[in-house]
Design a protein around this ligand. Sequence first.
Ligand code: PEP
Length: 251
Amino acid sequence: MRKTVIAGNWKMNKVMSEAKGFMDEVVKKAPNSNKVEMIVCPPYPFLSTLIKQTEGSNVKVAAQNMHFEENGAFTGEVSPLMLKDLGVTHVILGHSERREYFAETDETVNKKTHAAFNHGLIPIVCVGETLEQREANETMNHVEGQVKEALKGLSEQQIAETIIAYEPIWAIGTGKTASSEEANEVCTHIRNVVKKVTSEEIAEKVIIQYGGSVKPANIDELLSQSDIDGALVGGASLEADSFLQLVEAGT
Ligand code: PEP
């Protein structure tokens, strides 16, 4: 039985007082259920403070990106070693905004998935097609390529622990959600790709999230699908109330 994993990606939002207020409320009201895992992904400057706030709770804190090297002359970058040292548990890799605006490629995502595991971090690997690719019937091929490249060279155990987030780019921040059937179709394909590169046993363990305008009004339907094990949420994760409603749906 796979857990439901709800991750809130704040992107570049909030100042420290807002971040702390959010975490106070979430830690206080988070359901005590072992069916659902809650992950908050704030910008780097808030990581340390928020991690301290989560001590003794079941709320996890993730980074939104990282470099693949441990240290060195990479001005402005943050390394997996630094994240692990702070108490970060997960890291989002290959978000479409990183791919689009910061030249992230399948190759760098793969280097980062290896770096994450080498430092005891769980990667949340984002994949997804553009509207043009969807309209040209390229979704399945494109997503399959992204998944295979991201997982290349990982051990079966590492693949089993990887979280894959299917995020159609046309549904991110647009208010357009893929229908739950459309989303599930691609998530099922992703599970089959994992099965092809490992085994059915491993594929059945992998957590596959959907992301793209997920909100309290559509989370139940998405989570009712056979291959959707959670959500990576942007906009609707910014308010504690709405994040908690999403988490509640997974209990
Ligand atoms: C995201 O940032 O990964 C995302 C899915 O954003 P939103 O929920 O706002 O569409």
